[in-house]
Ligand binder design. Sequence first.
Ligand code: ADP
Ligand code: MG
Length: 256
Amino acid sequence: MTHLTLPTHSPDTAVAAEARGLTKVYGSGQTRVVALDQVDVGFARGALTAVMGPSGCGKSTLLHCMAGLDTVSQGSVRIGDTELNGLRDKQLTRLRRDRIGFIFQAFNLLPTLTALENITLPLDLAGRRADQAWLDRVVSTVGLTERLAHRPTELSGGQQQRVACARALASRPEIVFADEPTGNLDSRAGAQVLEFLRSSTRDLGQTIVMVTHDPVAASYADRVVFLDDGRVDRELHAPTAEQVLEVMASHAHRVH
Ligand code: ADP
Ligand code: MG
C-alpha cells in the first residue's frame, strides 16, 4: 500500500488531517444538538479512509468541520500542520481553495462546460495554471480521456461523478473529502467511482476521506472509522464488506 512506503520524517507527517477533542453543538436550549462529542481522529496520508455510522451520527458534520466549511464549538482541527482555529476568513478561504478538495453526493457540474472545462474550473477561477503532468495523470486514472470534450448531459451518472472527482483532485489538494460520493449511483457506476478513488490513493498518493453508508463502498477503504452519536465508536483496517456489515448490525441492535 502506497501510504506505508511514503517517507515519514516524524509521526505527524503520516497524518494528513486530524481532529482533537472536536465538539460541534448546533442550536441551544430545547433545540440543542451535540453533533460531535469530543472526537479524536486522524486521517493517514495517502490512504482512503471511510467514515460510517447511522444517519444523524455526525458524519457530514465531521467532514464539514475538518474541511473548514463549518466552525467548531470546541477542540481543534488541523490540515497538515495548519491549525484551522487560528485562521482568519481570508486564510481559511485560501486553505480550502488550495489544499482541500470536496466531492458531494450531487455532482454539481456546470452543464454548459465540457468535462475538461469542469475539471479545470476551480483552477481557472483561482487564476492558477494546471500542472499538466498531474492533470494528465488524474484524467487517465479517472478513465475519461476520450470523454473530455463531452458535456455533462452526454455522460452517464458514473462518468459525471468521476468528472466531479477529477475536479476535486485537479489542484492536487493535500486531502479530499467526499460525502457519500456514490449515494446517487447504481452499483456499477459506484464501483467505477470507488475504483478511481482507490487508485488515486494507490497510484497518485492522494489522501481521501469518504463518508458512505454502503458496506461494499467501505470495503474499498484502507480503514473504516465508525461514528455513533457523535463519537468515534470503533474502526476496522482493510475490511471486507462482510466485516463492515457485522459492525453495522451490532450498531442497529444497540439500545440507546
Ligand atoms: P450524518 O451525516 O451522519 O447523517 P449530520 O452530521 O448531518 O449526520 O448531523 C448530525 C446531527 O446534527 C443530526 O442530529 C443533525 O440533525 C444535526 N445537524 C446537522 N446540521 C445541522 C444544522 N445546520 N443545524 C442544526 N442541526 C444540525
Ligand atoms: Mg450526512
